[in-house]
Ligand binder design. Structure first.
Ligand code: PEP
Ligand code: MN
Length: 339
């Protein structure tokens, strides 16, 4: 951390800042300029808040140098994290992995149909919510355990891996046998108790960015899971809320290269929630892969106009198939391939 003192800072104020830096575990390197004194705190104290220094008498500016997260930072694993799944699928390697399926599991027929369609087009994961976080308590809340059973049955029959959302701590144990990957949704990005408990299990997890979550907050949320020892973590940009109302959310494509630089964790894009409109989803999916995404989470429904949730943003199976062909070209252009 760098503390720049004000031009008029007194020696007493400078000494006070030095003492506080030492107190929390920094080694202090002092540069006394003709106009201004600069204090460099070197070392890695466990916890400190630069704001505590900003308010001290005589301080002009404070800059944090080290990241506030340790396990999520790129230098924890400079080579990058690869999440390996039982059937050999690897997330975070050279190949871009596609997870696709409906927003919600609705029926046996629906999930059977869509599973074979997304598999035929090249998806490696089947997505589908059994527990649904809905804005309205009157909307369909998901099939629950019955939905999980259908997902597992179809996953085993097709060889597709299963990803589904866990909304609360009590669902973790229940879901473990049925899913290959937990999804923590945007609304739960800062459900710290849930994150901490997911850190305690050994199950790959995809953590979505909250609708108003900054990149740093997402990485701090990831830190909760990693700090518990669950390192099989994937991050996902799914659109954030901005002043723009044309699309459901604003798909922050730039978060992909930013997070790839700041963190070693695989980074996905969810273009479906990112824009909320089927006609814009393929463009955002292509953009995410071009920007370096390690994979995509895409909503596809056998009959989107009849979908119980998120129909407007769900692709028709034929659209998904066409998109997969385009993604293969884009992936090759950026030195990757589609798994
Ligand atoms: C979903 O994937 O269907 C979902 C609810 O996502 P999000 O948490 O991004 O809204
Ligand atoms: Mn959805």
């Amino acid at each position: 951390m760098i503390v720049a003192m004000q031009e008029k800072a007194t020696e007493e104020q400078i000494q006070d800042v030095i003492e506080r830096l030492v107190e929390i575990g920094f080694n202090v390197h002092r540069t006394t300029g003709t106009i201004q004194t600069i204090l460099a705190g070197v070392g890695t104290p466990a916890v400190f808040d630069p704001k505590d220094f900003e308010v001290l008498e005589g301080v002009a500016e404070v800059h944090r140098i080290s990241s506030p997260y340790k396990f999520a930072a790129r230098n924890f694993r400079p080579q990058g994290t690869i999440v390996r799944f039982p059937n050999g699928v690897e997330v975070g390697g050279d190949q871009v992995v596609i997870m696709a399926g409906p927003c919600s599991v609705e029926s046996r027929a629906q999930i059977l149909t869509i599973a074979s369609q997304v598999k035929a087009a090249g998806a490696k994961f089947l997505r589908g919510g059994a527990f649904k976080p809905r804005s309205s308590p009157y909307s369909f809340q998901g099939m629950g355990l019955d939905g999980l059973k259908l997902l597992r049955e179809v996953g085993d029959a097709t060889g597709l891996l299963i990803i589904s959302e866990v909304m609360e701590i009590s669902q973790i144990e229940l879901m473990l046998p049925y899913v290959d990957c937990f999804q923590v949704g945007a609304r739960n990005m800062q459900n710290f108790n849930l994150l901490r408990e997911i850190g305690q299990v050994r199950k790959p997890t995809l953590l979505k960015r909250g609708i108003s979550g900054t990149i740093e907050e997402l990485l701090l949320s990831a830190e909760y899971i990693l700090a518990g020892g669950n390192y099989d973590l994937i991050l996902c940009e799914r659109g954030i809320r901005t002043f723009e109302t044309y699309t459901r959310n604003t798909m922050d494509i730039s978060a992909i290269p930013v997070i790839k630089k700041l963190s070693h964790l695989p980074m996905f894009g969810d273009p479906s929630h990112g824009v909320g409109r089927r006609d814009k989803v393929p463009a955002m999916a292509r953009a995410a892969v071009a920007a370096g995404a390690d994979g995509l989470l895409i909503e596809v429904h056998p009959n989107p106009d009849k979908a119980i949730s998120d129909g407007a943003q769900s692709l028709f199976p034929e659209q998904f198939e066409k998109l997969m062909g385009e993604l293969r070209l884009i992936a090759a252009a950026v030195g990757r391939s589609i798994a």
